[in-house]
Design a binder for this molecule. Structure first.
Ligand SMILES: [Zn+2]
Length: 226
């Protein structure tokens, strides 16, 4: 007879528990200048958006002429933008696309805005959380932009933000601004069932208060659940 070593097959496997325990995002307002400190939480938000809006925020990878410069790249774009990034990189072999920023979550934008307001980190402009063009899912910053302006234009990447030469937008892709705010609200409510907030996609005072409290290491229960 084979000894039983698993759990009762009638019992569901143990899952993660709701939790908002961790280092509050607000900690980094005064101690950091890198959005990489909230990358784990931001990946959960991106995964939640990907489930809410299938195909409008997908991961892209390094390799085949694409490199990530720095540790703060959150490599997500709309599917069409990703495909046109891959096509552009393939059309100009021998030069890498040096990506310094792609998707940005409401949590990362919150910190950038605070650093700007506090005069920290050398930031000269930062949109309000929920309003940045890097929250659209169709923005990309490329440090060696000069090598790529022509090829990117051939593949649908617009290069026309004044004073921001590293910035490109894939204008044929949907602008999903606000989806990151809604994803955060859903994650918060999933993990703080006694402190729920409106799921409206707007960055109001109640959402701002929870962004400050949210755990940089990620919630107990992550994104991509029904
Ligand atoms: Zn940019």
């Amino acid at each position: 007879m084979i000894a039983a070593c698993g759990t009762d097959p009638g019992e569901p496997p143990p899952g993660p528990d709701p939790s908002i325990e961790g280092t509050p995002v607000s900690t980094f307002e005064s101690t950091s200048c890198s959005t990489a400190d909230v990358l784990a939480l931001s990946i959960q938000i991106a995964e939640e958006v990907n489930c809410m809006l299938p195909g409008q925020l997908v991961e892209f990878e390094e390799g085949n002429g694409i490199v990530f410069a720095g540790g703060a790249v959150l490599p997500y774009l709309g599917e069409g933008a990703r495909d046109d990034l891959y096509a552009a990189a393939a059309a100009n072999p021998g030069v890498d696309v040096e990506v310094t920023s792609a998707f940005r979550t409401v949590v990362q934008q919150y910190l950038l805005r605070r650093w700007f307001e506090l005069g920290r980190c050398g930031i000269t402009a930062a949109a309000e959380p929920g309003q940045s063009n890097h929250e659209t899912g169709r923005a990309l910053d490329v440090s060696n932009f000069a090598a790529w302006v022509g090829t990117f234009a051939d593949h649908g990447w617009d290069h026309s933000v004044p004073g921001d030469p590293v910035h490109f937008d894939h204008l044929a892709s949907a602008d999903i601004r606000g989806a990151d705010v809604l994803a955060f609200q859903r994650l918060w409510n999933r993990n703080a069932p006694d402190d729920t907030i409106d799921e409206d996609g707007n960055f109001g005072p109640a959402t701002a208060d929870r962004v400050k409290l949210a755990p940089a290491e990620g919630f107990g229960i992550g994104g991509c659940l029904d």
